[in-house]
Design a protein around this ligand. Structure first.
Ligand SMILES: Cc1cc2nc3c(=O)[nH]c(=O)nc-3n(C[C@H](O)[C@H](O)[C@H](O)COP(=O)(O)OP(=O)(O)OC[C@H]3O[C@@H](n4cnc5c(N)ncnc54)[C@H](O)[C@@H]3O)c2cc1C
Length: 421
């Protein structure tokens, strides 16, 4: 259809969400897609991200190819053959709580590597770095974007993938009543990526025989380690309960702070080795975990939000990036069916209706999981049997999503809205 009008779509934000979505949309002939990223270059901060089976399934649909081979190949990912949750402190220190999955392994991948591989297939002329969105206006059937360098552009649709403190979110929720900004979730965490042999020595050789993620539960904190980068690096994480969240969301990490956070952990535990590993980096910092406790809609007219802009969540169930990729899959499915700009509003409304309940459920579940893993849940406390019974089933609803059914629900909703039902 050579003369068909190409619907102009702006994606604001070039993180995992924006880059995944662009991969889906560039395959659709009737769309003209551009991504605007505020940073001087497209880049990911932070160490690793774990992509669970649902994330991999969604990514395969987004890329239209087997995502697993990309993640394990060029992106240097490592399969998480299992996650083993142990008691790190308390009366049952050293006991196994449970092993999570083995049947459908997640893949842990360096953030910079996955972003690089998502950007690689995209035409260079659609990637615009150093473009910080300042304002959005929709007075007619077009949307005007103004960037902080003064540039303005008009689009038929705008998708905000601009992270937890999203500018596009402010626009989408402008008329939604009370404040729906991100707020502290009650936890903080710190991370360091250390060489494999250094981690093995500090934490104990026996924990590095397999590509296994370990989580150690204790009073007020969880300690974790993951093998990465073809067994050359280990991601180390300490997460704790946060009582007084600092306004700037971070605090300098000192040995005293770490000893206080882990004060009830025994001398012999991995926690003690972990303190040395965590402090062995320039300017170690701990970060507050923030989340969106409520989001009444993900769309407003021909503007919508996705990824952390729509549903920032705590990392306890390792699902934020996966949900961004599922968003990309559903937006791609819907926009493929859109015939003209006048149908975008219906597509975005269908997207919001189908995606919001699932993402909100994961936000709430993730916070609750954090409470259990830090020994804060009054029912489960530091009892490994109770923790096993309560934690074991918490991932099933996330992993088991039927992607084809989810896409069908979105398309059915879209057609219902167009038909005026
Ligand atoms: C500690 C931690 C561990 C995690 N572990 C996991 C895990 O194991 N598995 C998992 O699935 N998820 C995990 N997550 C969640 C996951 O990292 C995020 O959900 C995901 O990276 C969000 O991607 P995003 O593209 O939506 O947002 P971001 O990565 O925040 O990207 C937003 C982009 O938008 C740009 N931007 C912002 N404002 C503007 C503007 N005005 N104009 C233009 N560009 C703008 C930013 O520069 C940035 O590049 C974890 C999160 C944390 C904090």
């Amino acid at each position: 259809m050579p003369d068909r009008y190409r619907i102009r779509i702006a994606i604001v934000g070039g993180g995992i969400a924006g880059a995944a979505l662009a991969n889906s949309l560039v395959q659709i002939d009737h769309l003209e897609v551009h991504i605007f990223e505020s940073a001087p270059q497209f880049s990911e901060r932070g160490a690793a991200v774990g992509l669970s089976v649902n994330s991999q399934n969604a990514l395969s649909r987004v890329l239209n190819t087997d995502a697993k081979s990309m993640l394990l190949g060029k992106a240097g990912g490592v399969p998480m053959n299992s996650t083993r949750i142990m008691m790190g402190a308390g009366p049952s220190a050293g006991s196994l709580v449970f092993n999570l999955s083995g049947t459908y392994p997640g893949i842990v991948v360096h953030r910079a590597s996955i972003l690089r591989e998502l950007l690689a297939p995209l035409p260079k002329h659609i990637l615009h770095a150093n473009k910080k969105l300042a304002t959005i206006r929709q007075d007619s059937d077009k949307i005007d974007l103004e960037f902080s360098d003064g540039m303005t552009e008009q689009f038929d649709a705008v998708i905000g993938a601009d992270g937890i403190f999203s500018t596009v979110r402010q626009h989408v929720l402008e008329d939604a009543g009370k404040n729906h900004d991100a707020t502290p979730a009650g936890f903080w965490d710190c991370r360091n990526l250390v060489p494999f042999n250094r981690a093995k020595k500090a934490l104990g050789e026996q924990y590095f025989e397999l590509d296994r993620q370990y989580g150690w539960v204790g009073p007020g904190a969880l300690v974790m380690h993951d093998i990465l980068e073809n067994r050359t690096m280990v991601q180390c994480v300490v997460s704790g309960v946060e009582i007084d969240p600092p306004p700037d969301r971070k605090r300098p990490l000192t040995r005293d702070y770490m000893l206080k956070a882990l004060e009830e952990w025994p001398e012999t535990s991995v926690a003690k080795g972990m303190i040395d590993l965590m402090l062995d980096q320039p300017d170690p910092q701990g970060y507050s975990e923030w989340e969106h406790k409520s989001t009444p809609t993900y769309s407003r007219g021909s503007v919508c939000i996705m990824g952390d802009a729509a549903h920032a969540m705590t990392p306890w169930q390792g699902s934020g990036a996966g949900q961004a990729i599922e968003d990309a899959m559903i937006l791609g499915t819907l926009l493929k069916q859109v015939d003209s700009p006048s149908q975008i509003e219906a597509a975005f409304e269908a997207y919001s209706i189908v995606r919001r309940p699932r993402c909100q459920k994961i936000i709430d579940s993730s916070r609750g999981t954090g409470g259990m893993l830090c020994g804060q849940n009054v029912e489960t406390g530091l009892d490994p049997d109770k923790l096993k019974a309560a934690l074991g089933p918490r991932w099933a609803f996330i992993y088991s999503l039927d992607m084809e059914q989810h896409k069908k629900e979105a398309l059915d909703k879209f057609h219902d809205i167009l038909a005026g039902d």
